[in-house]
Design a protein around this ligand. Structure first.
Ligand SMILES: [Zn+2]
Length: 644
């Protein structure tokens, strides 16, 4: 492979160590996520999961979109995502125990297995394109993963046998891959995304090492390295999702841990946290590829990338001795804004990109990468709330939920009661089946200035941006109360957004829905000059005209008084949600924010389906604070990480 490309290297190595935090020498998977069958998540995370299952998964048209291509096997190259469908359907079925979800999963498995050829091939390409054809390895890799997952949760032996036959087909025919296939259209990394995941899962389910050996011998996974590259170069070289995939699968690859297996992950983490690689919404990338200029329009934050970013933060926790709070902060920032913003209000539609500025459009189909990767990450979310390591239990994400798990043989039931992220008060009731010692760890977000923590009323000292540890003997009914006061902050834009600010409260970002603020179709705007309008009518007409402009003009012209921000209850984006009322000047002439004639503007939570703008000018720019998550102490003055 040709790695002689624009490289993002200098200024990175220093940042790597700090961003990665406490480093384990290898990925020994010190922390394990709780099993999704042990938890029931409610609150906003639970609602979004349910919306994905009942508003989307169960409404998918399976035959034409997900099955007929495999029955016909006539494509020259394409990505459908039926393997991913099996994987997340199995997870959702295991999580909900809902017979309807189980029936869907079983039907897809039944129908797909009927299409497997005698030689083991299971895919949708015609014979002359198999393996090397566009996305075939990825498609089959995810089918192996999905079938092995089906075996993992439901003990389906026929699924495991079919996965083995599919994997054996690839291994047996690998020598037929044409010379240069890795550079033919997209990079070999992208073309085979998911393949080693499938092989690794198959190894876990069968214990057969040949599947792991394939990943090292044929895929060179234990030696793979590429720097973070800005922009799309050489096929999909700078592709953020597949770059992160390599990092993740290297971290997951436990059989031969070497320090080299952390390098890609650590450099990607450093770029995202300290290299301006992540937007305020938690999204990364422009047109699927890494960028650090904080572009806000068009192809921002591919949903696939969003999902892989979240997996990286998860894997770094798993591979650490002491997790960094920053990883959890990044995870929740991305989840509450970029990820949830990719979902339509009824859950039926999913976005490919989620720009901060300009119209957000939905992807027209249920297949291909983003819709499937969206559903996949939603099926993983129940496991992202708690981690276990020995006799330690770690709460990383907060949402109302119930957990029943075991810590070294001690069964513990945890009840978590909160309306987070509306409020920051989180009450845990810990119920060990008998009194027992264990450690309870909690992420104290870096955004919270004055957190407080009590155990049965006794105060525990906590520091923002760290992990709090409470070790003691716990008795049934112990109460742990974490209070994370949230205040509205204007967050200074970086790079291209310099001079503007976005509004946040806790992990939640706010954005402008112009329709909600009186905008409409520009052609319907009243021409004030041709009518004799009352002052009120004139103001409404001005507002309608203003909010019918191009979002770039709105962002440039609207001047917000940051001191005026007021939190109000707003159910338009989520039940029990919030919005901000701010005073702003909204027209290019005459109406100033300070003279009493400014307008009260409503900023809704970022996932608002009709939001079109996120950054605004401030009346007093000095009130904008730096984004602590992405401009931490690790970042030095004038340190420009991008070296092009
Ligand atoms: Zn995608």
């Amino acid at each position: 492979m040709n790695w002689k490309l624009l490289a993002f290297v200098s200024a990175m190595s220093a940042a790597v160590a700090s961003a990665a935090g406490a480093q384990a020498p290898d990925c020994a998977h010190n922390w394990r996520k709780v099993d999704l069958r042990e938890i029931k998540v409610r609150g906003e995370i639970g609602r979004r999961i349910d919306l994905t299952i009942y508003g989307n998964l169960l409404k998918i048209e399976l035959e034409n979109q997900f099955l007929n291509h495999f029955r016909a096997k006539k494509l020259g190259g394409d990505s459908v995502g039926t393997g991913k469908l099996i994987e997340y359907a199995a997870r959702f079925a295991a999580y909900t125990g809902d017979p309807e979800v189980l029936r869907l999963k079983n039907y897809v498995v039944d129908e797909l297995l009927k299409t497997q050829d005698a030689d083991g091939y299971i895919g949708c390409l015609r014979e002359d394109s198999r393996l090397w054809g566009y996305w075939d390895l990825a498609e089959t890799g995810f089918i192996i993963l999905g079938l092995a997952t089906d075996h993992h949760y439901f003990g389906e032996k026929r699924s495991l046998a079919a996965a083995e036959r599919a994997a054996d087909y690839i291994i047996r025919n690998w020598h037929t891959m044409p010379e240069g296939w890795e550079d033919a259209y997209i990079s070999g990394t992208a073309a085979a995304v998911g393949l080693c995941w499938g092989m690794e899962m198959l190894y876990r389910e069968t214990g057969n090492r040949r599947y792991l050996d394939f990943c090292t011998r044929e895929r060179g996974l234990d030696k793979w390295y590429a720097p973070v590259t800005i922009g799309r170069a050489h096929g999909l070289y700078g592709h953020s999702a597949t770059h992160l995939y390599q990092a993740i699968v290297q971290l997951e690859f436990q059989s031969r841990p070497t320090p080299a297996l952390r390098r890609v992950a650590d450099e990607a983490a450093a770029f995202m946290l300290d290299g301006d690689g992540t937007l305020v919404s938690g999204a990364c990338g422009l047109w699927e590829c890494w960028t650090d200029d904080q572009s806000a329009r068009t192809g921002i934050g591919e949903t696939c990338s969003t999902a892989f970013q979240m997996r990286l933060w998860d894997l770094l926790v798993q591979c650490s001795d002491e997790p960094s709070a920053r990883w959890g902060d990044a995870l929740e920032r991305t989840m509450y804004n970029s990820l949830f913003g990719a979902q339509s209000k009824d859950g039926r539609k999913v976005r490919y990109y989620i720009p901060l500025e300009g119209e957000r459009v939905y992807y027209p189909s249920d297949t291909y990468c983003c819709p499937n990767n969206f559903r996949r990450i939603m099926a993983e979310l129940p496991e992202y709330l708690f981690y276990k390591s020995g006799d330690r239990l770690f709460a990383n994400l907060y949402s109302e939920c119930d957990l029943v798990t075991e810590l070294e043989g001690l069964k513990v039931r945890v009840e978590e009661r909160t309306d987070y992220p509306t409020g920051g008060r989180i009450e845990f009731t810990l119920n060990p089946e008998k009194p027992g010692e264990f450690a309870f760890l909690l992420r104290i977000p870096g955004w919270c200035e004055h957190p407080s923590l009590t155990v049965d009323g006794d105060k525990v000292d906590v520091v923002p941006g760290t992990i709090a540890t409470i070790r003691r003997e716990w008795k049934r009914g112990a109460k742990v109360v974490l209070d994370l006061p949230m205040k509205v902050e204007a967050i200074a834009g970086r790079q291209r957004q310099t001079g503007r600010a976005a509004f946040m409260r806790g992990p939640v970002l706010y954005a402008l829905n112009t329709v909600r603020n009186g905008g409409g179709n520009p052609s319907s705007v009243i021409d004030g000059a041709s009518h004799m309008l009352t002052a009120e009518e004139q103001k409404a007409a001005d507002l309608r005209a203003f909010f019918s402009k191009d979002p770039a003009d709105i962002c440039g012209e609207m001047v917000v008084d940051a001191t005026s921000a007021k939190v109000v209850r707003d159910d338009s984006v989520r039940p029990g949600g919030t919005a901000l009322e701010v005073r702003a000047s909204t027209t290019g002439h005459a109406v100033g924010v300070t003279d009493g004639n400014g307008s009260t503007i409503l900023l809704t939570e970022f996932p608002d389906c009709e939001a079109v703008a996120t950054y605004f000018r401030l009346l007093d720019p000095s009130l904008a604070k730096s984004d602590k998550l992405f401009t931490g102490e690790n970042r030095k003055e004038g340190d420009k990480p991008c070296t092009k």
